[in-house]
Design a protein around this ligand. Structure first.
Ligand code: UD1
Length: 368
């Protein structure tokens, strides 16, 4: 029988910020490794543009340079979202990919989802169904909208399915595949374990606290000063290592908060992926308001104290090593004691956080 040659199908992913890169990298790698007649095209919106927030990740994660860069830069939510939409629309019209993938909940994902959906393209959301039920978080609005317009909803924990059902998403659209951010971590584990950063900084294994804070609810108002003061108190008894997000750096400067980079509270520029995960993996614990770090610490079995009132990742509290402190900087002073408590817990890695999620996504894409 003579069969016409199968057309290669194009999967186009849109990334924009630091946590997006780790979520898409293993999908790009799985498509390249396998022979499903798929090809991957990577578009970087440029929402994160500093080298330390962006370029370093492409270099370390082995995804190669993006095929297209939209270079939207910083702005208000509307400006970032609008610029991505304007610049992405002609590109998607030209390429007409078979599937557009967007990861996570950032403004770039929202913008790309709206454009792809209105062009009638098949849209897949990686990390669908997470909900904090806090609409004051810009990410929560993005999650709800992206899920509503997505055809393929790739989820990494069972409660996501319930949230999507409640919002009327048909079960056929939902695929429980696991966590692609953990795929990246599992794939990089040897390099993370061999990374010398902890010794280079003169830190002792399990002897220091890693801090990341960047959410508007914390850093854009008076709580930032309280948080820094509490961190200085903790640093008197335990080294505190704080790579500072550009947004937080700008707010510290604007609030006139004086900090000595060589003091016991050690401030750094944002770190690359490998350095950061190496620091986390060998720390006593982490204090954060990030979403992804709650997952990475649960996978690594490292205590995580989350300085927020809620989490869209409750599985990390129920099964993993995460504790919700509330949005209350005074509680930072309890960090050393809380870390000890969490270390005594029987924490587990959630199901399907096994390094194979990207393969399961590509199975779904190949069968379309
Ligand atoms: C974004 C995401 C957030 C994610 C975070 C990870 C949204 C709504 N928020 O927040 O969910 O957890 O990324 O880091 O999309 N800036 C720079 N250089 C950069 C990037 C940012 O200087 O490369 C500064 C700019 O002043 C910018 C500010 O940081 O205005 C905030 O950046 P933005 O991308 O708007 O949001 P993030 O706070 O990074």
């Amino acid at each position: 029988m003579i069969r016409p040659m199968a057309r290669r199908r194009t999967i186009l992913s849109v990334v924009g910020t630091r946590p997006n890169f780790m979520k898409i990298a293993p999908i790009a790698a799985a498509i390249a490794r396998r022979d499903d007649g798929l090809e991957h095209v990577l578009v970087h919106t440029g929402q994160h543009y500093d080298a330390a927030m962006s370029d370093v990740f492409f270099a370390e994660l082995g995804v190669g340079e993006p095929d297209h860069k939209l270079e939207v830069g910083a702005g208000t939510h509307a400006q970032t979202t609008g610029r991505v939409m304007e610049r992405l629309e002609p590109l998607l019209e030209e390429l007409r990919p078979d599937v557009v993938l967007v990861p996570g909940d950032v403004n770039s994902a929202l913008a790309a989802a709206l454009v792809a959906s209105k062009l009638g393209l098949t849209l897949g959301h990686v990390e669908a169904g997470l909900r904090s039920f806090d609409r004051t978080m810009p990410e929560e609005v993005n999650r709800v909208v992206v899920d509503a317009v997505s055809d393929l909803l790739f989820i990494h924990s069972p409660e996501a399915r319930d949230h999507l059902r409640t919002e009327g998403c048909a079960d056929e659209r939902v695929h429980y595949v696991g966590n692609t951010m953990i795929d990246t971590l599992a794939a990089m584990r040897e390099r993370i374990d061999g990374n010398p950063v902890v010794g280079e900084l003169g830190l002792a294994d399990r002897g220091y606290l890693v801090v990341t804070l960047h959410r508007p609810a914390l850093v854009d108002g008076p709580l930032l000063r309280d948080a820094v003061e509490a961190l200085q108190d903790v640093a008197a008894s335990m080294p505190v290592v704080f790579p500072v997000h550009p947004r937080t750096r700008a707010r510290i400067a604007a609030a006139g908060i004086e900090l000595d980079a060589d003091g016991p509270l050690r401030l750094f520029e944002p770190l690359g992926y490998l350095d950061f995960l190496a620091l986390v993996a060998r720390s006593a614990g982490v204090l954060t308001d990030s979403g992804g770090i709650q997952e990475e610490t649960t996978y690594l079995g490292v205590p995580c104290l989350t300085l927020r009132d809620n989490t869209e990742r409750p599985v990390t509290v129920e099964l993993g090593t995460n504790v919700l402190l509330g949005l209350d900087p005074r509680r930072i002073r309890e960090a050393p004691a809380l870390i000890e408590q969490v270390r005594g817990r029987q924490a587990q890695v959630p199901p399907l956080w096994d390094g194979q999620a990207a393969g399961r996504i590509v199975d779904v894409l190949a069968a379309l």
